[in-house]
Ligand binder design. Structure first.
Ligand code: NAG
Ligand code: NAG
Ligand code: NAG
Ligand code: NAG
Ligand code: NAG
Ligand code: NAG
Ligand code: NAG
Ligand code: NAG
Length: 421
């Protein structure tokens, strides 16, 4: 199926969007040259239009079989049991109440732990039936399927205490927005293998407005949580559901391998701050396909850590396919590379991207001193409608266009409340 038939919805009465940093174009005729020279001096960077490297193409099947006529990279998910699970139960059996009010955090946590024990290694499936299931953060486990039926809504708790703090990622060294620890994601997993989050278009809604308000009114104490974050995990499949209103980036696989994210609808108000759609970060063998995304930031952003922390962890993002993604983001891009790319990014194919009413289709971002590299990026068949910077095939930039304002840049690095690019 194609997701691009879905109409984008406009959200009225929202505060003005905080724009993504703009490309340096047109500021001064020599600026792009200066920018390129500076970046080359500060980091090794190579861009090449090359055919996809062997490990990528070898993993793509040749069409058919799964509902569309293009090729699929879903083979990146290699769950040992192909999704088969020994036990299955509904979250209701663990005391959850789908009334849109009751907090089900304990029920979800109990359900995952009990099913894991019952499965005895054979894998478990947790069903979320139709209803409005409010919950705080809970962790998944290995060989596990979270299945959302049509009409099921997992709703993010409105109590920040239900999103407890966890340590910053080693490759960021601090919360991305605030110093120190960060709020955990609504659905979280670490050190797992074979995790599936799927359904018949059930919805996970982060109800992120309280977090955007904290951001807008500058009362955020700790970095916001993601809707879904999987760390240091392998064989992940996230498919056929709707993700809405993430407090921060929506799907964040970090230090992961063999990740498939497909057939998703990802929605957030077009001005919701930093609600990136899908952000593979220091991860490899990642397939993102057939997704419709509209949000307040990049639809897809490939990352690999931040400044000295990202450099010292040194985990690149590589072997990534992004295909048949469509959507809109008024001030940002369809596919972004960086700006956090200190661990390096290589071997990425972006194709059949359809993007409208947006700032850019594909954007490559770095910053002074960020280190890393971006290499072997292939971009094919990009359809752009009402895209601001469409004349350039892609926009290549150094963040914030502030090389000429070194002092200002320095201050913004020092002030943890100044926000993030
Ligand atoms: C880029 O691709 C070329 C040709 O496929 C390959 O030789 C090289 O190792 C790749 N570089 C990186 C950094 O992956
Ligand atoms: C199916 O493939 C044909 C031929 O390659 C192409 O013209 C058409 O756009 C494709 N349809 C979809 C829905 O991708
Ligand atoms: C979830 O996992 C994280 C580690 O990734 C841990 O810090 C946290 O305590 C776990 N939460 C629960 C409720 O087990
Ligand atoms: C990653 O997860 C594996 C288990 O899958 C564990 O053995 C390893 O210690 C973890 N690595 C880190 C850096 O946490
Ligand atoms: C995509 O997801 C929808 C539900 O959201 C489902 O009906 C459809 O079969 C899925 N298509 C594929 C190709 O998985
Ligand atoms: C899934 O739900 C979303 C949100 O309601 C909707 O926009 C989309 O069209 C649905 N997808 C399918 C395949 O029905
Ligand atoms: C900031 O937003 C939060 C969440 O909506 C709200 O509780 C708080 O009162 C707001 N603070 C200010 C100063 O507006
Ligand atoms: C942020 O910290 C201040 C000072 O400790 C506290 O008064 C406030 O309630 C905190 N805000 C949130 C949303 O936790």
């Amino acid at each position: 199926m194609r997701c691009d038939a879905i109409l984008p919805h406009a959200t009225a009465h929202e505060p003005a969007p905080r724009p993504c940093p703009r490309p340096c174009r047109a500021a001064h005729p020599l600026l792009p040259v200066a920018a390129a020279a500076l970046l080359l001096a500060s980091s090794y960077l190579a861009l090449a239009y090359l055919p996809a490297a062997a490990p990528l193409t070898a993993l793509i099947g040749s069409g058919g079989g799964d509902g569309h006529n293009g090729s699929s990279c879903a083979g990146f998910y290699r769950g040992g049991s192909s999704g088969w699970r020994a036990v299955s139960a509904s979250v209701e059996e663990f005391g959850a109440v789908g009334d849109g009010v009751t907090s089900n955090t304990a029920a979800f946590r109990r359900a995952v732990a009990a099913l894991e024990a019952m499965a005895g290694g054979g894998g478990a499936r947790l069903e979320v039936p139709p209803g409005r299931w409010v919950t705080g953060s809970f962790n998944l486990t290995s060989r596990f399927t979270l299945f959302l039926h049509h009409g099921a809504f997992i709703l993010g708790s409105q109590d920040p205490e239900e999103w407890p703090l966890i340590a910053p990622l080693p490759s960021y060294g601090r919360g991305r927005e605030r110093l120190g620890p960060r709020h955990i994601s609504l659905i979280h997993g670490e050190g797992l293998d074979d995790v599936v989050i799927t359904g018949n278009n059930g919805t996970i809604d982060g109800q992120g407005r309280i977090w955007w308000d904290l951001w807008w009114n500058r009362t955020l104490n700790h970095t916001r949580g993601h809707l879904i974050e999987l760390m240091n995990s392998t064989n992940i499949m996230i498919s056929s559901i709707t993700l809405r209103n993430s407090p921060f980036w929506t799907v964040h696989p970090v230090y992961c391998r063999n990740v498939v994210i497909r057939n998703l609808t990802v929605l957030a108000p077009l001005n919701a701050p930093n609600t990136d759609g899908i952000d593979p970060d220091s991860s490899s063998e990642v397939c993102i396909e057939d997704c419709y995304i509209e949000s307040g930031d990049d639809l897809v952003a490939v990352k690999s850590g931040w400044d000295q922390y990202g450099i010292s962890v040194g985990k690149p993002s590589s072997n990534i396919i992004i295909q048949r993604v469509s959507g809109t983001t008024p001030t940002c891009s369809g596919v972004g590379f960086g700006s956090e790319m200190s661990g390096g990014i290589s071997n990425v194919v972006v194709r059949d991207l359809h993007i409208w009413n947006s700032a850019q289709a594909v954007r490559i971002k770095s910053d002074v001193g960020r280190g890393g590299y971006i290499t072997n990026i292939t971009i094919e068949n990009v359809r752009m409608e009402k895209v601001k910077f469409a004349k350039q095939k892609f926009v290549f930039e150094i963040l914030k266009c502030k090389m000429q304002f070194a002092k200002q840049k320095f201050q913004s690095n020092q002030d943890p409340k100044s926000g993030m690019p």
